[in-house]
Design a protein around this ligand. Structure first.
Ligand code: UDX
Ligand code: ADP
Length: 459
């Protein structure tokens, strides 16, 4: 099976960078990224690379090189499906917000829609690749939809979960720890492996059965999130005992069995994957009546929610038990640095808790526009949108956001925050001037020397 044309359905945080990198590494393969969101496609096609819908270091350069050569962005979904030998599905699979499994199970309606469209349009054999993170055994549903057409077309289904992390997506794609391909037909698996083998060494291309591949993705994210919740649990104990969480993380991380990565205590993990994937795991375990397994993993989420809540509570307590009418500057709205993605960002929940306490919020993020901040808050349905408009202002300049603030909360670890003129910021603030560092980004000694009251997670 030789792949000459690829179509990818879903031009988001996964589809966009993944296809751009494949296009760069395989100039002879024509790749069309399609999306039903015309505005998003227009942004991918924008001459001005600053307007690409996704911010990822290094991505704009790759798009500039490949776009129009062998990388195309289009809303013509049917045509792209028809022409392709291989179709990646990388549409969103949010947590269901209705019906059975509400708040837990993945909503697979977008995936199903893609499958139905492929089944309807395809006239030649296709390899269909699941790229989106999915619950285990989704491939069974895909198969069932695709194989019940009367067209005589053969579909080969593969699972090829994405392990890229936002903010480092391009590097992760160019130098992956491993590429995982799950499938039943060796020729189809080989066809996809051959694409990655152009730049990834064969010993890093792992092939498994479909269900192992699907479950490995959920498990990898659950383990990573569990590490963050574990160190966050310890951070609370540090604050009570006088231990320092950074010192503890360093001490345990030097044990080669534990390792140093993913031990950074924070205001809580965010992002589109961790919470969703664990909820999926919990839901699946419960559906097999594995309640101990479900409870075990659910605790990772409970700990994460607690961390966000207790960070907000700490601000309120420290500000003499009231933030009503006080201005709290929030630096960082994205769920981590080097991305404009805000899905499940801790900032949204911390801001929401503070708004419940009638605080005024002044937010600044280098890559997140004001509309996104309001959309995130409005989606929580905690209060009427007009109240969010009244209580929250979003600034394009960090010094403006911090002006007249009673406290600053650092919620994303953007590098630029370290370089600010903190003396200037303090001069413009209400006194005592408080900083709550949810990322342990700044240096306590320097800030205290400037006269700030400095609080950091895990100290
Ligand atoms: C994650 C997985 O890392 C990736 O392999 C998968 O494909 C998608 O999900 P992503 O969500 O993009 O990637 O970012 P990641 O770097 O994993 O961070 C997730 C969250 O955990 C962020 O909010 C981050 O700030 C937080 N985090 C991470 C910590 O709080 N402490 C850490 O030590 C590491
Ligand atoms: P991810 O982080 O998984 O990439 P995103 O939300 O960034 O998630 O991207 C998913 C994209 O998939 C969105 O741009 C959405 O418009 C697109 N999409 C969802 N369903 C379909 C569909 N049936 N056909 C085409 N595009 C779709």
């Amino acid at each position: 099976m030789q792949v000459k044309k690829i179509c990818c359905i879903g031009a988001g945080y996964v589809g966009g960078p993944t296809m751009s990198v494949i296009a760069r590494q395989c100039p002879d393969i024509q790749i069309t990224l399609v999306d039903m969101n015309a505005q998003r496609i227009a942004a991918w096609n924008d001459e001005n690379l600053d307007n690409l819908p996704i911010y990822e270091p290094g991505l704009a350069e790759i798009v500039a090189e490949a776009r129009g050569r062998n990388l195309f962005f289009s809303t013509a979904i049917r045509e792209a499906i028809d022409e392709a030998d291989m179709i990646f599905i990388s549409v969103n699979t949010p947590t269901k917000n209705y019906g059975k499994g509400k708040g837990m199970a993945a909503d697979l309606k977008f995936i199903e829609l893609c499958a139905r469209q492929i089944a309807e349009v395809a006239r030649t054999d296709k390899i269909v690749v699941e790229k989106s993170t999915l619950p285990v055994r989704t491939a069974a549903a895909l198969k069932s939809i695709l194989h019940h057409t009367d067209s005589g077309v053969n579909f080969h289904i593969l699972s090829n979960p994405e392990f890229l992390a936002e903010g480092t997506a391009v590097q992760d794609l160019l130098n992956p720890d491993r590429v995982l391909i799950g499938g039943e037909e060796p020729e189809a698996v080989e066809a996809l492996a051959n694409i990655y083998a152009r730049w990834v060494s064969r010993d890093r291309i792992l092939t498994t059965n479909l269900w192992s591949s699907e479950l490995s993705k959920l498990t990898a994210n659950a383990f990573l999130a569990q590490r963050v919740s574990s160190i966050n649990a310890i951070s609370e104990l540090c604050e009570k005992t006088g231990a320092n969480v950074e010192e503890v993380a360093k001490a345990i991380g030097m044990d080669s069995r534990i390792g140093p990565k993913f031990l950074k205590a924070s205001v809580g993990f965010g992002g589109s994957c961790f919470q969703k994937d664990i909820l999926n795991l919990v839901y699946i375990a419960r559906s097999y009546n594995l309640h101990e397994v479900a409870d075990y993993w659910e605790q990772v989420i409970i700990m994460n929610d607690h961390q966000k809540q207790r960070f907000a509570d700490r601000i309120v307590q420290t500000l003499f038990n009231t933030v009503s009418g006080k201005r709290i500057a929030i630096l960082g709205w994205a769920f981590k640095k080097d991305t404009n993605d805000t899905r499940e960002s801790a900032a949204i929940y911390v801001a929401d808790h503070l708004l419940n306490e009638q605080a005024n919020i002044a937010a600044y993020d280098p890559k997140v526009p004001a509309e996104k901040v309001f959309m995130d808050l409005d989606q929580l349905n905690s209060r009427p949108a007009e109240e969010n408009k009244q209580q929250v202002s979003v600034y394009g300049d960090p010094y403006e956001a911090c002006k007249d603030a009673h406290a600053i909360a650092i919620l994303t670890e953007w590098d630029e925050f370290k370089t600010y003129d903190w003396a200037r910021i303090k001069a413009g603030m209400n006194k005592p001037a408080f900083i709550f560092d949810g990322r342990k980004l700044l240096q306590r000694r320097e800030l205290e020397a400037l006269g700030f009251q400095y609080y950091a997670i895990g100290e």
